[in-house]
Design a protein around this ligand. Sequence first.
Ligand code: PXL
Length: 277
Amino acid sequence: MSYPKVLTIQDVSCVGQCSLTVALPIISACGVETCILPSAVLSTHTAGFKDFTFRDLTEDLPKIKNHWVNENIKFDAIYTGYLGSEKQIEYVQDIFRETGKENCVKIVDPAMADNGKLYSAFDNNYVQKMKTLCSEADFVLPNVTEACYLTDTEYKTEYDQKYVYGLLEKLTKIGAKNVILTGISYAKNKTGIVVYENGEYQYYEHELLPNSCHGTGDIYASAFVGALMKGKSAYESAKIAGDYAVECIKETIKHENHWYGATFEPVLSKLIEMING
Ligand code: PXL
């Protein structure tokens, strides 16, 4: 029986239910070996907390990679999330090249923006560098804001299918092989996921909940990676990840004042059922 080994590269936000503290438990729960490479350690994430600490681990990345190369450690998939700097993106590109198995699946979540704005740590130079990482990916998982930044497209909150097709076409022009575009809403109270694989467009529509939670993009991407590595199709993985993200948001509503992340842990069993179903 195959036992895939995934590497995920992103920061550790010690408190905040995002990036590695989400990816490690979720992908592991899917039954997939999950290796991690922390790009930085922050006391909390950067969205809503003040005066967080930030320990940059950029210079550790090539050293860790070299050790793995010497030990002949290679990965079936590499999934990147929030990264700290342009230099880190360059190092990640080396890691793709030197530690990916022959058919290594490269999944890039260009976690850098939401609701029409870049996260506070990033600027246009970072966006330009992220384009080069996306050009090497088998799957790119942007939200609408990130897709707009990556393709120099005006951000809109109301749009039609033509606008979405335009984003997909431009993303493939920068080199992204397949795109999973999240948060695409064509109707009131509904949202959904576009799966653009091998030039084919599929759409999975689901409930739009009244509240949104920080970190659901990381939850979504992690569940997608876990399902994909368990042999589900890209569409099935996108659907499972979407359904799980909805469960997480519904669960979070039950916990008053839980503002900084989604309470994904109590519903992990539902994800496991979907993966094994
Ligand atoms: O969820 C994305 C994310 C990850 N890591 C850090 C963040 C954010 C979003 O704000 O600040 C440090």
